[in-house]
Design a binder for this molecule. Sequence first.
Ligand code: HEM
Length: 181
Amino acid sequence: MYGMIHRAMRQMVHEELGEEAWLALEQKLEIGPTELLTGMVYDDALTLEIVSEAAARLNLSVDQTLEAFGQYWVRFAGQGSLSSIMKFTGQNLASFIANLDRLHLAVGSAMPGARLPAFATLESAPGHLVVEYRSDRVGLEPFVKGLLQGLMDRFHACGEIHVVHRGEKSILFDIRYQDKD
Ligand code: HEM
């Protein structure tokens, strides 16, 4: 995956465990700042190794770490240079999800080699969404769940996210939510 993902992972580990923990992880995997270059593409196997090492240090399973990282990514992208594109993508949960492919198309056009997901809203009613996630990657279900949770947080909503169908290349998420304020 793109180095920007590793960079976000580093920030999460920094915030949770401090810089020493990240440096120890880098040492164990024999990686350094080069593997964090925002605009470089790295093998998914390396990304997964980073997640596994982070999981061991956070005392979480790999799936729990992926979920926490998804939730974290929305906060990460909401700050700094990515914040304006996040703002333009949508002002509420339903419209943001409806525009996610546009967001990825916009950033992906400047990122050759990015393997982007596709999202589609299959059902939409007040407080209820059914969202399809399509990808050529496997194993990212907890990451997507965390991302959707992160989006609920972003829009001050609370609720529940359940997987209602798993296909070969797609997963359906059922989201029931209400505004906190
Ligand atoms: C400004 C914010 C964002 C940027 C710049 C961004 C960028 C990217 C890039 C470059 C990739 C491809 C990684 C690669 O193949 O190397 C990716 C993947 C992905 N993005 Fe985003 N993204 C953003 C926000 C989001 C949000 C809010 C979601 C919430 C659902 C999301 C969901 C995903 C998922 C699930 C993948 C994994 C792709 C797969 O399944 O193969 N992204 N994103």
